[in-house]
Design a protein. Structure first.
Length: 437
């Protein structure tokens, strides 16, 4: 006997030390409540009676036409590509989704003609004012430095001819960075993300060179000149969180002290060999650490100090803007990953995998497969997402991780968003100027 899907939660209640709030799921709208309204909504919350919830929302003037419908996007324009310019790497990170950069096959470099064809594909229908982005990923993309530079120059010139704008980003392990790279990235305004998984020995245990040698000091030596140069470029640190590097507060403070433009954390939910994956207990500990980082962010904002904790910055921005989306990202819609051979995958994590293969540069996007993908991955067609109060802020979670491992992080995501809603209500009262910048 099949179970009926749960009734969707239409709102989520939260409170701070001084205020009561509600997130109305449709439209991700936030309201401060009087005690009587809060109590009435609280009594009905999760009752399983959608008519009662709808009647209360209508009574209190909190209803609106649906912001998100079931229909998938139809032939969305492509606005962003990630190029796997080097499907090889000089590090031996045990949890690497790309299997040390090789994506489960022989190491390879993207030929220049494939990279240039990717740019032409992206900008083919560019119009005045259109904005695009090209990301360079690996493996370690600077193994193929010449292609990165040639493609950047070509794309910048082509975008100028079409009166469009193209931005550039690169994710690197930092070991091959040079001062000349810094000059180049500064000239073209790159967003540079450096993978660092903790301080000193903690990082070295997780991200050694292939021969086992330490990499942390080498990375700091290479990245420091870029931190000093950054004006047009932005150099950020990305920390992949495993059960072995859960000291997030210390890590965040140290990387901010070093001068990174922003610092963010992301848990390992799926690795090819299962190593370093986060379980429920580790995700609970990570949530505690994230909230401690968030409280430091709140203090910094109240003291008008810059504290670039990107998870918090992004969450507050989306909450303030009322982000409401049926997908977690643009994968398979406005964003594709390009393999060294020119295949178009739903994103960089699906390179070399059949599930996310949606076309190639020669024949273009397979629109039938794309429509199937966008239909299946819509949050309304995901369980338990379709009934979750966080569905339009979360969007259903990383497609690759969900397909490969399921949803071990739902409680973590809800716990983080619940805290961020509380922080938003506090900061809106104590530091409203933060949201006006």
């Amino acid at each position: 006997m099949s179970m009926m899907p749960a009734q969707p939660f239409n709102y989520h209640l939260f409170k701070t030390e001084d205020d009561l709030g509600v997130l109305v799921v449709n439209g991700s709208r936030i309201y401060e409540l009087e005690r009587s309204v809060y109590d009435a909504l609280s009594q009905a919350y999760g009752s399983g009676d959608p008519d009662l919830e709808a009647e209360l929302l209508a009574r209190f003037g909190l209803t609106a036409e649906p912001f998100i419908r079931d229909e998938p996007l139809l032939n969305p324009p492509v606005r962003s590509l990630s190029l796997a310019v080097a499907q090889k790497c000089n590090l031996g990170c045990t949890y690497c989704y790309a299997q040390q950069g090789e994506f489960g096959s022989a190491p390879k470099l993207m030929p220049l003609d494939v990279a240039l064809s990717s740019v032409e594909f992206l900008l083919r229908e560019a119009r005045d004012g259109n904005r695009f982005n090209i990301s360079f990923l690996g493996g370690e993309p600077l193994i193929n430095r010449a292609v990165v530079r040639s493609v950047t120059e070509f794309a910048a010139n082509l975008a100028q001819q079409k009166h469009a704008h193209v931005g550039f980003s690169i994710t690197t392990n930092g070991t091959l960075l040079s001062e000349e790279d810094g000059d180049f990235f500064e000239r073209y305004g790159f967003a540079v993300t450096v993978s660092l998984d903790g301080i000193g020995a903690t990082h070295d245990r997780l991200r050694p060179f292939r021969n086992g040698a330490k990499s942390y000091e080498r990375i700091l030596e290479r990245v420091t000149p870029l931190l000093m140069k950054q004006r047009q470029m932005q150099v950020s640190a990305r920390v992949t969180v495993t059960p072995k590097n859960l000291q997030l507060v210390e890590t965040l403070d140290e990387f901010i002290r070093l001068g990174f433009f922003s610092v963010g954390f992301s848990p390992v939910l799926r690795s090819p060999n299962g190593r370093e994956e986060m379980g429920v207990a580790e995700l609970d500990e990570m949530l505690e650490q994230m909230i401690l980082c968030g409280k430091q962010f709140e203090r910094a904002v109240s003291e008008k100090r810059r504290y670039p904790f990107s998870n918090m910055v992004n969450a507050l921005k989306e909450i303030h803007q009322g982000t409401h989306r049926p997908y977690p990202c643009g994968a398979g819609a406005g964003y594709f990953g390009v393999s060294a051979e020119g295949d178009l995958s739903a994103c960089h994590r699906f390179v070399g995998e059949e599930e996310g293969l949606l076309g190639n540069l020669l024949t273009g996007i397979n629109r039938s497969k794309q429509q199937d993908w966008l239909t299946q991955r819509n949050v309304h067609n995901q369980e338990p997402c379709r009934s979750c109060w966080a569905r339009y802020l979360c969007g259903g979670g990383c497609h690759h991780e969900v397909i490969r491992r399921g949803r071990p992080a739902c409680d973590y995501i809800r716990g983080w968003l619940h805290y961020c809603l509380q922080a938003y209500l506090r900061l809106l009262k104590t530091s409203p100027e933060y949201f006006s910048v």
